[in-house]
Ligand binder design. Structure first.
Ligand code: NZQ
Ligand code: ZN
Length: 397
């Protein structure tokens, strides 16, 4: 049973298609000098760049820009953005894009307030407390990570082949996020599928919490509702990219899957394993999760964890009939695979991405022992030691 916790999400959300006219008044609270952070060409193609610039110009803002933030955002973008903030005395960082842009913006906002190298935030955590950050605002264009409503940012370092996340509440919570589902109409099938797999994984990582003293009926029901929403609406968004209902359900689900409401103390498993995959091979986060998740479920299924699989199979996929609990659990895993690989059309093995077992040993060691090398195992639904993590990677081949 959940006992002591603090729920405190300071992010103001403006949801819906007609909210951008509120951009200037919402940002004005924090100052007039803005760093606009965005990725490649998508925001220009969809006319969003012009719209945002028009709002900011009319609102009397002075705008600096950092463009070219890549998927799996690089520490080099964070360094560049922090330098601009310092040089121009930026008051607020505005991220316009998906999770990568928002994550980069968060660590730019923190790095602008310190003198040390931004990468130290990820590898020298004890020496780099986050005590301040510039205010952050977001205009979300892709439903996936939930970064628009959490205090986490995940950054990659291509030189060291590391990808690390770090949360820093309350400083890295966006102060305000604009969630307009129509801005996601242009997200292609592949990114829509990957984003949906990511949302589903955020819920599954928490749902498959088998520690009895941490179970909470109301949250389980809420999570089942979130998962059913993704399973229902992702295929609709794929078939009809401009279906507002589908895009709106996915967008709000993405925020609520990770904004702290459903969080339980148990550490996650697939995410650390996936981050190591993207660190090594620069693959899309949601795709890595889609390949890993069913294998992790298969690996962790045993008599102790079985009841959760049965609950999942019955309540999320509606599996019923005269069969044993173990059979229901196995059907639940098959239904998860069917959703990810057939309904979403995602690739089902690492082999198809030309990934071999070459680096699995090293990657598994990093996952199991943590970034400072001191952990014994990844202590999620089931404790995963280095050999367990490696075995799961092998199941993905
Ligand atoms: O760069 P542009 O041109 O903007 O194109 C992007 C990018 O190529 C495109 N895109 C975004 N919005 C679009 C669009 N294309 C057409 N129309 C639109 N409206 O989509 C591509 C992928 O964008 P990206 O931001 O990388 O995707 P996502 O939102 O899935 O973010 C992934 C990153 O977030 C991290 C992941 O590890 C990964 O680095 N995560 C962040 C988390 C957090 N902050 O809490 C949690 C997650 O578990 C995750 O780890
Ligand atoms: Zn994720």
């Amino acid at each position: 049973m959940l006992q002591n916790f603090i729920y405190d999400i300071p992010t103001k959300v403006l949801f819906g298609p007609n909210q951008l006219s509120r951009l200037a008044p919402e940002l004005s609270v924090y100052g007039k000098k803005v760093l606009l952070v965005y990725g490649g060409s998508s925001i220009k193609k969809i006319g969003l760049y012009d719209r945002v610039m028009a709002e900011l110009t009319q609102g009397g803002f002075d705008v600096c820009e950092l463009s070219g933030v890549e998927p799996n955002p690089r520490i080099s973008s964070v360094r560049a953005g922090a330098a601009i903030c310092k040089e121009h005395g930026v008051d607020i960082v505005l991220a316009v894009g998906g999770g990568s842009v928002i994550d980069a913006a968060k660590w730019i906002a923190a790095s602008a307030c310190v003198e040390h190298d931004p990468w130290d935030f990820f590898v020298k955590m004890n020496q780099t407390p986050v005590e301040k950050a510039l205010p952050i605002a977001t205009i979300l264009t892709l439903a996936a990570t939930g970064s628009e409503m959490d205090a986490i940012g995940v950054i990659s370092n291509l030189d060291s082949k590391d990808k690390y996340g770090r949360g820093a509440a309350p400083y890295l919570y966006p102060r305000v996020s604009f969630l307009d589902p129509t801005l996601t109409y242009t997200v292609g099938a592949y990114q829509t599928a990957c984003g949906s797999a990511d949302i589903l994984s955020h819920v599954l990582e928490t749902y498959f919490n088998v520690h009895e003293d941490e179970s909470f009926y109301m949250l389980d029901c809420f999570m089942e509702g979130l998962m059913k929403s993704v399973i229902k609406y992702a295929p609709i968004a794929l078939a009809q990219p401009d279906n507002y209902e589908a895009r709106a359900n996915l967008m709000w689900a993405s925020s609520w899957a990770i904004n702290g409401f459903i969080r339980k103390p148990q550490p996650w498993s697939c995410h650390p394993m996936e981050h190591e995959l993207s660190a090594q091979y620069d693959i899309t986060h949601g795709l890595g999760l889609a390949i890993l998740t069913p294998r992790w479920m298969e690996y962790c299924l045993d008599d102790r964890t079985l009841p959760k699989y049965v609950q999942f199979g019955k309540n999320v996929f509606g599996i019923c009939g005269d069969m044993s609990d173990m059979e229901i659990a196995r059907q639940a895993i098959e239904a998860t695979k069917k959703f990810l690989y057939q309904s979403l059309g995602l690739t089902d093995t690492l082999t198809k991405l030309n990934i071999t077992d070459e680096h699995f040993g090293h990657m598994a060691a990093k996952v199991a022992h943590g970034r400072d090398g001191t952990a014994e195992c990844l202590n999620g639904m089931k404790p995963l030691y280095q050999e367990d993590v490696e075995a799961i990677y092998r199941m993905c081949l």
